[in-house]
Design a protein around this ligand. Structure first.
Ligand code: 13P
Length: 363
């Protein structure tokens, strides 16, 4: 069996390593704001905000102009629409964030589509013009990218077909990004939907991650220039037995030790429908777990960083200062959790604990 036994050029390796390490600096994590225009419906509907391009711009402006955001946030993931939208001062959001020292990430997948022949499973599309798009995004100031695949736990899922397809498409995406100097966030999300217990979630996640690193190797991806964005390992949403943050932390790190190479510099968790406090407390426990591990463990949250800010803002100009206070509070809470120093309940969310779970979540 022939294969390519060459590494990518050293200068490209250095560039990718530099970006990944800059994202992983101590005390910081990623703010994911790359919801597609359609999926903003879910965020705006409870506050009766019409889902227009202008209202999306105004909302993102609230987030990105939050003073001192860069103290806790090293990178922000944007949707294509947001990258080129302008703040009131005429700067594009990309430029505005970069001038604040925040690294720009771009969602490059084109969404989840059915995987014919599978057990009602999916894959993610967007490879066709990816090479050109990555080149343009790099020229336009983006240094990292995100591509999300989802795998469902059911009686007979995830199927072998879904695991092979999704891990392979993520590996292809990763290799294309790297060729253009963009650090890929590899996101094979095992959904929380279902009645399964934590042990089933652990076993499935281990199988998916093992396949993921085999696929990345098959595609000659330079691991030091990648980030992994996994689910934490928790019981299914409808499982009657709940687990403590310490149990979640232990099985999560144990699964990673079994499957993720030490060359990977960092793991940036998604929040996956956990409440804001839950996502913070679990990240804190993960950073305190008594297992030796080689990677940075931080956050790349969407819902669990934005929920309070959105609720405080509610589409009203007069609420902007409070919304920005709320965003900064969540960012600070997760910054502490990333160091294992968050005290549960010490930075409460804007509203009482909310369940942010959305069945079959689309991004
Ligand atoms: P959540 O934190 O809302 O799960 O989203 C993060 C993300 O970027 C999913 O792709």
């Amino acid at each position: 069996m022939g294969t390519n036994f060459q590494y990518i050029p050293c200068s490209l390796q250095d560039e990718l390593r530099r970006i990944a390490n800059a994202i992983l600096v101590p005390g910081k994590g990623i703010l994911a704001t790359d919801e597609s225009p359609n999926s903003m419906d879910k965020k705006f509907a409870p506050y009766c905000i019409p889902n227009t391009e202008e209202n999306r711009r105004l909302y993102r402006q609230v987030l990105f102009t939050t003073e001192n955001l860069q103290e806790y946030i090293s990178g922000v993931i944007l949707h294509n629409e947001t990258l080129y939208q302008k703040a009131d001062n005429g700067k594009t959001f990309g430029d505005l964030l970069r001038h604040r020292g925040i690294i720009i990430g771009i969602k490059v997948d084109k969404g989840i589509v059915p995987l014919p022949g599978s057990l009602d499973e999916s894959t993610t599309e967007g490879l066709d013009d990816l090479y050109c798009r990555c080149g343009k995004y790099k020229r336009d100031g983006c240094d990292f990218a995100k591509w999300r695949c989802v795998l469902k736990i059911g009686k007979h899922t995830p199927s072998y077909q879904a695991i092979v397809e999704n891990t392979n498409v993520l590996a292809r995406y990763a290799s294309i990004c790297q060729s253009q100097g963009i650090v890929p966030i590899v996101e094979p999300e095992v959904l929380v939907d279902g009645e399964h217990d934590i042990i089933k979630a652990q076993k499935v996640t281990e199988t998916v991650l093992a396949a993921q690193y085999k696929a990345l190797n098959d595609h000659h991806v330079f691991l030091e220039g990648t980030l992994l964005k996994p689910n934490m390992i928790t019981p299914g949403q409808n499982c009657t037995r709940k687990n403590s943050p310490e149990e979640v932390a232990y099985v999560t790190v144990q699964a990673f030790l079994r499957t993720i190479p030490a060359a990977v510099p960092g793991i940036v968790f998604l929040s996956g429908g956990q409440s804001e406090e839950e996502a913070t407390v679990n990240l804190n426990a993960i950073n305190n777990v008594n297992l030796k591990h080689p990677w940075e463990l931080t956050f790349s949250y969407g819902r669990a960083l934005q929920e309070s800010a959105m609720a405080a803002y509610a589409g009203k100009k007069e609420n902007i200062p409070q919304a920005q206070i709320e965003l900064l509070k969540r960012a600070k809470a997760n910054s502490l959790a990333r160091a294992g120093k968050y005290i549960a309940g010490s930075i409460p969310p804007f509203k009482n604990e909310q369940n942010l779970f959305v069945a079959d979540h689309k991004y």
